[in-house]
Write a protein that binds this ligand. Structure first.
Ligand code: NAD
Length: 353
């Protein structure tokens, strides 16, 4: 992979919608990073975005942005199912890529992007901002240290709500082609990624999916799955955008020697057979930091700090000539699980990964 040699790293954003604002604010907050240009098929979006963030160059055709030799990294913030062509063109132009979640809507599409990035020696990083919250990360570190012992059960419950306006304001949401699915692929993916990060690879899933409330979309607004992990542990996934008014998200990890529950990014149970000095602080302060991600009701209540941490991590990896920690293979895992859940829901069969 081409090592990033420059001190000041220059970025271009493709797709100037809601999440692109978070990327722009994150880049601005990073020392030695500059947002050089933006592109959006809708030139009004690109122009307004450029004005808001004080960027001189904006385009309606992302291929123009890719011609800019100063740009080292492109952040692809288009709708999920419209990333493959953009990513492949970016790789061919020699740009490193940061793709929003999910990298693309099928594993086949992601595999083609990974292959093209390899061919052109550029990195592919996938955004999973929740992993950069210290409360979620301490759970991962604690599993790696072995404090849980053998993992036996891992569950995620995402009882969120999105209103009709959310689905109808952008034509791509809730469609198979552009969103790749509904509540599971768009919203619950953050937690499905955390689950597999903690528990390890999934062996098989059984599932049901439903349109509980939002019957005008193509995809599910409620999905449940029973998961068997390769290490023998079991788990449950419940993800929805139909639970009025949007309640909470919860991750529950159980090992033979301990249990942790984290709700709305706050650690609400932290219990281990052995004791460690940091335990008391985690219990009293409900974790190591207080981030109200608040996305159970409002999709745009996202702090840019977590994107900033991930983008900084990506820059550091690229400067060392290393792959980003959430590379294409890592970001693909959640999509593989979710598409297996869809197949299981459709066929009524247990689907092996
Ligand atoms: N990490 C997170 O927490 C988070 C939160 C929200 C959205 N997202 C992801 O970000 C992506 C975008 O979501 P959004 O809510 O910002 O959508 P949005 O509809 O607000 O914005 C998408 C923008 O992309 C533009 N666009 C479409 N096709 C394009 C193309 N070929 N070239 C250039 N621009 C193009 C559209 O005109 C629009 O301005 C989705 O994949 C979504 O899953 C991630």
């Amino acid at each position: 992979m081409n090592r990033l040699e420059k001190d000041k790293v220059q970025f271009g954003i493709i797709g100037c919608g809601a999440i692109a604002n978070i990327h722009a604010m994150a880049i601005k907050a990073i020392e030695n990073a500059e947002l050089k240009a933006v592109a959006d098929v809708n030139i009004d979006n690109a122009r307004k975005f450029a004005e808001r963030h004080n960027i001189k160059e904006y385009y309606s055709d992302y291929r123009e942005l890719l011609k800019d030799r100063d740009i080292d990294i492109v952040n692809i913030c288009t709708p999920s199912g419209l990333r493959e062509d953009v990513a492949i063109a970016s790789a061919r132009a020699g740009k490193h890529i940061i793709a929003e979640k999910p990298v693309e809507v099928t594993v086949e599409k992601i595999d083609r992007i990974i292959a093209e990035c390899k061919r052109h020696n550029v990195a592919l990083a996938g955004i999973f901002n929740y992993r950069y919250n210290k409360n979620y990360r301490i759970i991962y570190d604690t599993i790696q240290k072995g404090r849980f012992g053998r993992l036996i059960l891992g569950d995620v419950y995402i009882k969120w709500y999105r209103d009709k306006e959310y689905y109808t304001s952008s034509g791509w949401r809730g469609t198979w082609k552009f969103d790749g699915g509904g509540a599971l692929m768009n919203q619950s993916i953050h937690f499905i990624d955390l689950l597999q990060w903690y528990m390890g690879p999934v062996e098989s899933v059984k599932a049901y999916t439903a349109q509980a409330v939002h019957r005008y979309i193509e995809t599910e607004d409620l999905g449940i799955a029973i998961v068997k992990f390769k290490n023998g542990a079991l788990g449950v996934i419940e993800g929805s955008t139909a639970i009025y008014p949007g309640l909470y998200d919860r991750v529950e990890i159980h090992g033979e020697n301990g249990s942790v529950l984290i709700e709305d990014s706050r650690i609400v149970r932290w219990e281990f057979r052995d004791q460690e000095p940091l335990d008391q602080k985690i219990i009293e302060e409900k974790g190591l930091e207080t981030f109200d991600l608040g996305s159970s009701r409002d999709p745009m209540e996202i702090p840019y700090e977590l994107h900033k941490r991930e983008i900084e991590d990506i820059i550091n990896s690229l400067k060392e000539g290393k792959n980003p920690s959430i590379d294409g293979y890592e970001a693909r895992k959640a999509v593989e699980i979710i598409t297996a859940i869809y197949r299981a829901g459709e066929t009524g069969e247990e689907v092996r990964l």
